[in-house]
Design a protein around this ligand. Structure first.
Ligand SMILES: NC(=O)c1ccc[n+]([C@@H]2O[C@H](COP(=O)([O-])OP(=O)(O)OC[C@H]3O[C@@H](n4cnc5c(N)ncnc54)[C@H](O)[C@@H]3O)[C@@H](O)[C@H]2O)c1
Length: 253
């Protein structure tokens, strides 16, 4: 049964063909929203739309301003408006200050930072007449560093403060648009699984990673989706510019 927490709202989720984005799409649909997922992986996006009744897929490469414009226009044409944007698309390429290549640095900033910048700009344009909610996926890696996460740390730290600037601008303009960041630790998605699989000893890495989490397990994508759902809904009407940590106690230590 739809309980209507997002009834009447239309939400666009970048990187929504997989992981946290797809879980958020499914939760938002169950709570009464019209939902479009945008992704650069067209096969995965079309499969998600086929397998999830009511889900609409749009092609979106978050690194391209023109692609954002087309995707947002397509969603507005189909559903008449956009009330929520989840800037969820992201990549994680490992490397430290001595080993990271120029290409991995630039690709990370293109997707994780430029993508969120363009997304926020188009969302403000689409929502400034009636208000809405922007949710940006940062990470605990936007709050604390890791020796081999140079590009990812820098990108997720940028998302944290980019979010606050957008929130303050929209408040000053009285657009009724809120903007918040979400900071998960390890979440059991393809990103996490692929990182483990690429390690020399995946089980050892898994044990080491989870030793940092007081609750002793990775989050499920659905648990992050529930927090995003709250931020998209009117229940969070007084929450803007906030950094919502969801990390099983990791950064409390
Ligand atoms: N999984 C974790 O442990 C974890 C922890 C903290 C934060 N996060 C963040 O949460 C977000 C989602 O992560 P996930 O674990 O669900 O990852 P995922 O790899 O399962 O999904 C990411 C999606 O983004 C899409 N994508 C990548 N580049 C894109 C582009 N240029 N344009 C459009 N789509 C693009 C991919 O095709 C994929 O569908 C990311 O921003 C990630 O950094 C993940």
């Amino acid at each position: 049964m739809r309980d209507g927490r997002l009834a009447g709202k239309t939400v666009l989720i970048s990187g929504g063909a997989s992981g946290i984005g797809l879980a958020t799409a499914q939760r938002a649909l169950a709570h009464g929203a019209h939902v479009a997922v945008g992704d650069v992986d067209v096969a995965a996006g079309e499969r998600a739309a086929r397998e999830t009744p009511g889900l609409h897929f749009v092609r979106l490469d978050v690194t391209s301003d023109a692609s954002w414009r087309d995707a947002v226009d397509e969603v507005r044409t189909r559903f008449r408006r956009i009330d929520g944007l989840v800037n969820n698309a992201g990549i994680m390429l490992l490397g430290d200050i001595e080993s990271l290549s120029d290409d991995d640095w630039q690709r990370t900033q293109r997707v994780n930072v430029d993508g969120v910048f363009y997304g926020c700009r188009h969302a403000v344009r689409a929502m400034r007449d009636h208000g809405g909610s922007i949710v940006n996926l940062s990470s605990v890696s936007g709050l604390i560093g890791g020796h081999n996460m140079l590009a990812y740390n820098a990108s997720k730290g940028a998302v944290r403060l980019l979010t606050k600037s957008v929130a303050l601008h929209c408040a000053r303009k009285q657009y009724g648009i809120r903007c918040n960041s979400v900071h998960p630790t390890f979440v059991d998605t393809p990103m996490y699984q692929n990182t483990l699989a690429a390690a020399r000893d995946p089980e050892r890495l898994r044990t080491n990673l989870l030793a940092q989490v007081p609750l002793g397990r990775p989050a499920e994508a659905r648990e992050i989706a529930d927090l995003i759902l709250y931020l998209l809904s009117d229940e969070s009407a007084f929450v803007t510019g906030a950094e919502m940590v969801i990390d099983g106690g990791m950064t409390a230590q």
